[in-house]
Design a protein around this ligand. Structure first.
Ligand code: WT7
Length: 663
């Protein structure tokens, strides 16, 4: 779809352009516009991060910026104490109590959008915090949330922060099994969930899924249920299950004294996928994390208190934690939460919202931009998007063509784009241009942020020449970094540090963080991220472990073995391709294929659903018995097949390839 082909015209003018200056009108008002910040931070490291900590209100001042006496267990702002909910709410009340904190846009089923002023949000957070205490939640006990994009999710997170109970949010699209695994791993005895939510106009039950998950939890759980659907749902409440509205009503007017948390106390846990089947519980702290997301929200997203800021991510992922809830609210701005999808009731839904609420920033994912591009520019053209001042992307590499489409059709060539590379583990943004300072180069995220030492290295850890592909590494700690994997310090070292560090050393210079991404750097220090180099695939900006999907498939009756790889996909970035060997007595059939898909749905969720399931009598293996995933990727991509000479069974590759291409 080209819509009278504005793309052709765009291509002619923009295709050649590789460098874009930030618009003057933006630079003039930018929060950060002094290019000296890079040198200044380098010379003044680690004290440069005091500025980030200064964005927060501390109950007790910290005495050390960085304690690096026991790498890689770094501590930031030690001796200090603070409360995240105070920073996101109480301190804004005097000046901004009547301003909107959360602008919630529901699916357009009823007229039920909701605005929460800071005053109102503060009120409900206090009431729910008191409700959680009534249930017995104590400081340092992990509360799990399994909720879609309803305001009560943000409220529950802030209520936990207020009483010093770390939260662990499980994406609502994950399956019941995935919920149970995470609750068991975190020993979490409390769950906040909801009856259901709307998807493309229809109510979708959710509590059933939560109950099913609870059946798999190996300890007692107290559950709070938010009523999103009202009369539409007739869910039943079981033992130890409480209505959110009752808990809040019983605590009407409650004032809950915020618990003073040490800077290094855990604010939350977030489970993410890794190479092995077991999800990793990434631990983030109160002082370092909150400083990091506040500083990056200010410096990169250019958020000001008077802005209306729109990030279209789901709070079930780290982007929503850092850049819907904590960063924007810490800065006292208006943050939007959207319940639905970008194509319902029509494909201009986001543009409609931006126009109606006069959003200043939009932060979204390349997969969404590629979908918008496919739908055509007539959808944004129907709307006045002139309120936008800055655009952002995150989650996966953005191809220059999609970048330029975004720049022209959404930003009207007047908004800088920040392509932000970071991870669940980094807490917040790491590699991106500062929009008021640096030129943009489509396809490249940009230089590392000031104060960060990012280097592209070879397998031995030596810095590679500009232009050469290598591995992205971070050579100095930063405040927003994860502190460990929950209850697993050993795995923390193994997963992120062992590759390039001298693990016997206690000198910080010998410790290098490895995020498992490939990248290259150019002469100007701009970094192009090439993608994961481990067995993690990125579907629509969502991180999935191939091993997790494989073990889901192997769990299906009749399946003997499975291999999963990521193949290129023009909207999703990558899609899941599954190669499956059946046990004797089972035959390839549509029914069998469906069972494989259902198996993945049940174990993880629909986001991990295979695009294609290929039944094969054998998998390509090396002589030592390792599956050659690269070859399976070539097949998925329809690429020329790589070297098969080291295989134990070279013929099988051609057989599979023929099957996939249907020749
Ligand atoms: C992985 C992290 C960061 C929040 C959302 C995803 C990839 C992320 C970019 C980008 C190229 C990117 C990396 C990274 N990634 N942003 N701007 N350009 N790749 O968080 O689930 O922890 O995934 O997403 O591969 O390692 P996550």
């Amino acid at each position: 779809m080209t819509d009278g082909d504005p793309d052709v015209e765009l291509e002619a003018r923009l295709a050649e352009q590789e460098r874009f200056e930030p618009p003057e009108s933006f630079v003039e008002q930018a929060n950060v516009s002094d290019a000296g910040i890079y040198d200044e931070f380098e010379e003044n490291w680690p004290e440069c991060w005091e500025g980030a900590a200064d964005l927060l209100d501390w109950d007790e001042d910290y005495d050390t910026v960085l304690d690096d006496s026991n790498p890689p267990f770094y501590e930031w702002f030690t001796g200090g104490s603070l409360n995240a909910s105070t920073n996101c709410l109480d301190r804004h009340l005097d000046e901004r109590g009547d301003e909107v904190a959360i602008e919630w846009v529901g699916e357009p089923v009823e007229e039920d959008n909701r605005s929460y002023t800071y005053e109102e949000l503060h009120r409900e957070v206090n009431e729910f915090a008191a409700g959680l205490r009534d249930l017995g939640v104590e400081e340092d006990e992990v509360v799990t949330m399994y909720m879609p994009m309803v305001p009560e999710l943000a409220i529950a997170m802030l209520a936990c922060a207020r009483i010093g109970a770390p939260h662990s949010v499980v994406f609502a699209g994950f399956s019941a099994d995935a919920l149970a695994t995470r609750m068991n791993a975190a020993d979490s005895e409390y769950l906040v969930t909801c009856d259901g939510y709307y998807r493309r106009g229809d109510p979708l039950p959710h509590k059933e899924k939560a109950d099913e998950g609870l059946a798999g939890v190996d300890h007692d759980v107290q559950t709070v249920v938010v009523d999103r659907l009202g009369d539409v749902s007739d869910h039943e409440m079981g033992e130890n299950q409480y209505d959110y509205a009752d808990l809040v009503a019983e605590n009407e007017g409650a004032d809950v004294e915020p618990v003073q948390r040490d800077a290094e106390d855990m604010l939350f846990l977030m489970y993410t996928s890794g190479t092995t089947g077991e999800p990793k519980g990434v631990k983030h702290t109160t002082g370092g994390y909150l400083s990091w997301v506040s500083w990056t929200s200010q410096a990169v997203l250019d958020i000001k208190p008077e802005d209306t800021y729109f990030c279209s991510a789901d709070i079930g992922w780290i982007t929503g934690h850092s850049y819907i809830v904590y960063g924007p609210l810490a800065l006292g701005t208006t943050t939007m939460m959207y319940e639905g999808t970008p194509d319902y009731p029509d494909k201009d839904r986001l543009w409609d919202i931006i126009e109606e609420y006069e959003a200043d920033q939009l932060y979204t994912a390349p997969t969404a931009i590629r979908a918008f591009m496919k739908w055509g520019s007539s959808y944004p053209e129907k709307h006045d998007l002139s309120s936008l001042r800055l655009l952002g992307t995150v989650g996966e590499p953005i191809n220059p063509r999609a970048w330029k489409w975004y720049y022209k059709h959404i930003g009207g060539e007047e908004c800088p784009i920040v392509d932000t590379w970071w991870q669940t583990e980094t807490g917040g943004m790491m590699v991106t241009t500062l929009p008021g300072v640096k030129d943009m180069k489509p396809g490249s995220a940009g230089p590392a942020l000031p104060g960060l030492d990012v280097q592209i290295v070879d397998t031995k850890g030596e810095t590679v020449e500009p232009g050469r592909a290598g591995y992205l590494t971070v050579q100095k700690p930063w405040p927003g970094m994860l502190r460990t994997l929950y209850n697993n310090d050993e795995r923390y070292i193994e997963e992120y540090w062992a590759e390039y560090s001298d693990t016997d050393s206690d000198d910080t210079d010998d410790w290098v963080y490895f995020p498992e991404d490939g990248a290259k750097i150019d002469e100007d220090g701009y970094i192009t991220v090439l993608g994961r180099v481990d067995d993690v695939i990125n579907v629509s900006g969502h991180r999935l472990g191939t091993m997790e999907i494989e073990s889901a498939i192997v769990g299906v009756e009749g399946v003997a073995e499975a291999a999963v790889v990521g193949g290129n996909h023009d909207v999703k970035g990558e899609a899941v391709y599954a190669y499956v060997i059946l046990e004797d007595g089972y035959e390839e059939s549509d029914e069998m294929r469906q069972r494989v898909v259902d198996g993945v749905d049940d174990a993880i969720g629909p986001i991990a659903r295979p695009e294609q399931v290929v039944f094969t009598p054998e998998l390509p293996k090396t002589r030592s018995g390792k599956i050659m995933r690269r070859l399976l990727e070539d097949i998925a991509n329809g690429d020329e097949l790589g070297n098969t000479s080291t295989l134990r069974n070279p013929d099988v590759v051609k057989d599979i390839a023929t099957k996939v291409s249907g020749d």
